[in-house]
Write a protein that binds this ligand. Structure first.
Ligand SMILES: NC(=O)N[C@@H](CC(=O)O)C(=O)O
Ligand SMILES: [Zn+2]
Ligand SMILES: [Zn+2]
Length: 379
């Protein structure tokens, strides 16, 4: 299991889970500090087995709650499976943690409306996830007929006030990979909100100015979006800079700089429809660094530092807390967290990798120096 970060007082060899202040960086005594309501992560992959054990403490350190994605193998398609998965997550948590996993159901063409009722009654399931079949990691059992076979389920979701979380990309191989989000908005999402205006929809991990425009054109209480750290600080050059960079490959794929700028403008504007969702998606190193690498960036250990950097750079640190801690629970109709976290402007070095029982995980910004160290990371 990965240990809590600890900054050693003396320079020591960097081990898994430790964070070291680089020697050359001087920290001023009067360092800047931010105190914000504890954030939640509204889009997270915790996986299962050894990988779950390896990553869950990073989310538990930094976040109060997380919407846990159901794209396991096999996927979490029933309330019973979600309850069992919920149990394994609780078991994997460090002792004393009060991190709360909010479970989701994986929508298929054969999901029945009664599953939605059972899910709501379970008290632990908070959303249903739409993966268009073949769009992303473990989406092969996803939806092929949203407007036909899934319509009764969508009606029941409206009844139960259960949001639909959407991986918003078309899967047509003839559509350019950089256009798949835009085409999805035009051919699926806009028709969806027209036909089901009372359905709550979260467009997950938005990556384009088209998505920003679409979300802003919708009704505030019904359509919202999560935004990842990587889509706020990287553009598509980062996939190819100095050679192929598998650890910058995620879906939806990073886009042009103008799209990144549109996302930064959206989140730092204070618009309530945008909130924190890391899409932290760990894969074992060998599954990223190979001939057919998996999509997904592991960012839980660095997400808060990166979000804070983005808001600071935009001169909008006053809007950070709403994005990280208010807009999400408000949209889901859940109470905001009551505890606080502090972020201090202390340089810290991201570990180059995390070892675990089945291999290694390379985090986003591996080996880089970041600022805005959360107080869950002991200095
Ligand atoms: N984002 C990713 O690139 N990968 C995610 C799936 C997803 O969120 O689409 C994963 O589960 O690995
Ligand atoms: Zn996705
Ligand atoms: Zn995801």
């Amino acid at each position: 299991m990965i240990k809590t970060f600890a900054l050693p007082s003396k320079a020591v060899k960097l081990h898994c889970g430790e964070v070291r202040r680089p020697k050359q960086v001087k920290v001023s005594k009067a360092r800047m500090e931010l105190s914000i309501t504890k954030p939640d992560d509204w889009h997270l992959h915790l996986r299962d087995g050894d990988l779950l054990q390896a990553v869950v403490s990073h989310s538990a350190q930094n976040f109060g709650r997380a919407i846990v994605m159901p794209n396991l193998r096999p996927p979490i398609t029933t309330a019973a499976a979600a309850m069992a998965y919920h149990e394994s997550i609780l078991k994997a948590l460090p002792s004393g943690s009060n991190f709360t996993p909010l479970m989701t159901l994986y929508l298929t063409d054969s999901t029945s409306p009664s599953q939605i009722k059972i899910a709501r009654e379970s008290g632990i399931i908070f959303a249903v996830k739409l993966y268009p079949a073949g769009a992303t990691t473990n989406s092969q059992d996803g939806v092929t007929d949203l407007f036909g076979k899934c319509a009764p389920v969508l009606e029941e979701m409206i009844e139960q006030n259960m949001p639909l979380l959407v991986h918003g990309e078309v899967t047509d191989p003839d559509v350019d990979i950089f256009d798949r989000e835009k085409v999805f908005i035009d051919t699926v999402l806009r028709p969806l909100v027209q036909r089901f205006p009372r359905l709550k929809v979260v467009m997950e991990h938005v990556t384009t100015m088209d998505a920003v425009k679409f979300v802003k054109s919708c009704d505030e209480g019904h359509v919202a979006a999560t935004v990842t750290p990587q889509h706020l600080v990287l553009n598509r050059n980062s996939i190819f800079q100095g050679g192929l960079q598998p650890h910058n490959y995620c879906l939806p794929v990073l886009k042009r700089e103008i799209h990144r700028q549109a996302l930064v403008a959206a989140v730092t504007s204070g618009d309530k429809r945008f909130f924190l969702g890391t899409d932290s998606a760990p894969h074992e190193r060998q599954r990223k660094e190979c001939a057919c690498g998996c999509a997904g960036i592991y960012n839980s250990p660095v997400a808060l530092s990166i979000y804070a950097k983005v808001f600071e750079k935009a001169g909008a640190l006053d809007k950070l807390e709403a994005f990280t801690s208010f807009n999400g629970p408000d949209f889901y109709g859940l109470p905001r967290n009551t505890s606080k976290v502090k972020l201090s402007k202390t340089p810290w070095q991201v570990p180059k990798s995390f070892s675990y029982a089945a291999g290694e995980i390379i985090p986003m910004a591996a080996g880089e120096t970041l600022e805005w160290l959360p107080d869950s990371v002991t200095v």
